[in-house]
Design a protein around this ligand. Sequence first.
Ligand SMILES: [Zn+2]
Length: 432
Amino acid sequence: MISIKWLLMFLLVPDSILLSVGQTNYNVSRRQQDAVGYLLRPDRVFDGETMHEGWVVRVKDDKIEAAGPANSVSSTGATVVDLKGTTLMPGLIEGHSHLLLHPYNETPWDDQVLKEARSLRVARATVHARKTLEAGFTTVRDLGTEGADYDDVGLKQAINKGIIPGPRMMIVTRALIATGSYAPKGFSPDIDVPQGAEEADGHDALIQAVRRQIGKGADAIKIYADYRWGLMAEARPTYTLDEIKLIVETARSSGRGVVAHASTAEGMRRAILGGCETVEHGDAGTPEIFALMKQHGTALCPTLAAGDAISQYRGWKKGQDPEPERLKQKRDIFKQALAAGVTICAGGDVGVFSHGDNARELLLMVDYGMKPIDVMRSVTSINADVFKLTDRGRIRPGLLADLVAVQGDPTKTITDVQRVQMVMKGGVFSKR
Ligand SMILES: [Zn+2]
């Protein structure tokens, strides 16, 4: 028997939702949020491409309704939100995350894959998701569960259903590796050690694996075009060009793209010619390879922050010790890619370092030679274009009201991107 008290609770609960942000709780009437729009009044608006001083943005339901000079946008019927001193921008898009990983100086990658319970990894991931959103990143392209099977599917669903706060997720599930090429490794050859991604090779097995991952929820397919294969320390190309073409053709048939981890020149070349949409890392790129990327419209996601973090985990004291050779090379490569006019995504491989510190990548992109405004374009409109997320990445009427306000102006001083004042996802405040 359902008592009157319970019945009343059922009737009352849906009208009121509690938004918990840090130590502050916000009681927001859902009815009020749905019915009334907001007029957001910052000092300036970065629309994903250019800066507009004195603009305001009007939000209705989950969409941007209008954006323009203050005197051109009506405030009638809207709740005015004063964001003095801030720059309002599209919600940031993280191009390369692993919500199911946590920093390697806390627990080495091998131990996360082999010793941590999947339930522990998912529990952590829910916290990572909240921190990511509060840092102003309203979308992540999450590039592999690294041994946690299809746990990104449920994580994404929990966020979409409003069970936990977090960014919109574009996921790849397990990712694909050529047999014997990935990790954990270094164990007796007599035992089979669980791997951080799915092994599949050759015509039939690859087609099946791609289709299976898509069937279970992958929004894109990730492959490892090279890796530190076997017991050698150096990375070597893994999949043949024909295998990559087959993966791309199979994924494309479902309207999905392919992302390639590649750090060798030959791995990059095969990924580009095979039709992959982005190359992740690209550490041993050459002027010829970057020219090929430009020619084929392949974007580079350089993951500068991962290398920077790993060097520090290995003992480099940043700001004190001279820069390690590996990072000097990465600077050179990044400059070569910029000089060749390659499209640059913003994605730091966050998970290697702390979730919520996503902006480390943006700071390094500037440090390595990119203009702050170009970095802000990368992390908003360019990431949206490259990942084919046509409903976000810009402040434009009709697009999703995924918005972030930061103190100052990150197109002049990139560190201002870390001074997050307000985050809105789909017209609902996640942080204010
Ligand atoms: Zn990664």
